[in-house]
Design a protein around this ligand. Structure first.
Ligand code: 6V0
Length: 332
């Protein structure tokens, strides 16, 4: 006898609410923080984990499944076989060699490109319509590598880029001004990490442009403080890694936030790594770096035409040049 006496079938799937499937590749610190944030925020009907280490993967899957009584209902699977990702709406790639304390992100590259040759083609094969969200570092170059390896249109290949740097930036500005970080509009763009560009001229709090406010009030222009905030943002990852060995919670929220905008078609603007060729005078080749981009169900819907000072635009082009030089050595 059935456990439930059936009264009605669940009926056909709602035409307005689709079944949503997210795959997270790499069940390390970052992948698991992303997975758990996705679960607590009820972003998927199905969550898939893939990793190369079968035991660790199964352990992580069981540990998450055991929280089912406290979470919105999400079917969780895990496998070392990419067939499990079939039909994903979003694939978030965090697999990679871990950044060793003091190691620059660019040094990680060769190790990670080799991994990506085994990861991206099967993802594209099993989910030809998926959006790829790349998190592994160096994220801008690996987003380019993923675009090439997947042969997807560029609107469906996104790097988490400076979304995290920008939230660190907003936290530090909010802390400095003693306001809520959600009221701080501030963007870091360009390369995720060392050569990121802070857009000081467009920072606003509650709609008030911060720089001109400080100038109008004749509050001493705190150039040094601002420069220190930027330095702190750039050092953030290195500091956390040297203290706890890896970063996880903030990137978990950052990636889940991107997943929400993409899958729920929020049309929200996020600084993420997108194909930037032809924008802001970047003309040296195909390069992904972060610009404020509008995200929705189709992936990257557009890029905001944010006014840059000459200095900011030059820094952006310098980042592009650095990334292109690295890419030219990859043979992709
Ligand atoms: P981790 O804890 O070492 O996890 C990496 C995982 O990848 C491990 O579980 C590996 O077993 C797995 N893996 C390795 N090779 C494969 C493969 N071929 N297929 C499937 N899985 C594989 O590292 P952690 O989770 O701390 O970091 C992951 C990546 O995220 C690194 O490249 C970080 O530099 C990067 N980050 C990017 C951030 C961003 O803002 N873009 C932020 C934080 C970390």
């Amino acid at each position: 006898e059935a456990f439930f006496r059936p009264i009605a079938s669940a009926g056909p799937p709602s035409p307005t609410k689709r079944h949503t499937k997210i795959s997270v590749i790499g069940a390390g610190n970052v992948g698991m923080a992303i997975a758990q944030t996705i679960l607590t925020q009820d972003l998927a009907d199905e969550l898939v984990l893939v990793d190369a280490k079968a035991d660790k993967l199964r352990g992580e899957m069981l540990d998450l499944q055991h929280a089912a009584a406290f979470l919105p209902r999400t079917k969780i699977h895990a496998s070392v076989d990419y067939a499990v990702t079939v039909g994903s709406d979003l694939c978030i790639v965090t697999a990679g060699a871990r950044q060793i304390p003091g190691e620059s992100r660019l040094n990680l590259l060769q190790r990670n490109v080799a991994l990506f040759r085994n990861i991206i083609p099967p993802l594209a094969k099993y989910s030809p319509e998926t959006i790829l969200l790349i998190v592994s570092n160096p994220v801008d170059v690996l987003t380019y590598v993923s675009w090439k390896l997947s042969r997807f249109p560029s609107n469906r290949v996104i790097g988490s880029g400076t979304n995290l740097d920008s939230s660190r930036f907003r936290f530090l500005i909010a802390d400095h001004l003693d306001v809520n970080a959600q009221d701080v509009q501030a963007y870091m763009i360009g390369e995720h990490g060392d050569s990121s560009v802070a857009l000081w001229s467009s920072i606003s709090v509650g709609g008030v442009p911060v720089l001109s406010f400080l100038e109008k009030q004749q509050i001493r222009y705190e150039k040094e403080t601002l420069e220190n905030i930027h330095k702190q943002v750039v050092n953030s990852a290195y500091e956390v890694i040297s203290l706890k060995g890896y970063t996880s919670w903030a990137i978990g929220y950052s990636a889940a936030n991107l997943a929400r905008s993409l899958l729920r078609n929020q049309r929200k603007i996020h600084p993420v790594s997108v194909l930037a060729k032809g924008l802001y005078g970047i003309d040296g080749g195909e390069v992904f770096l972060s610009l404020p981009a509008q995200l929705g169900r189709g992936g990257v819907l557009g890029v905001t035409n944010v006014p840059l000072t000459d200095e900011e635009a030059q820094k952006l082009r310098d980042s592009a040049k650095t990334i292109l030089e690295v890419q030219s050595q990859l043979g992709i």
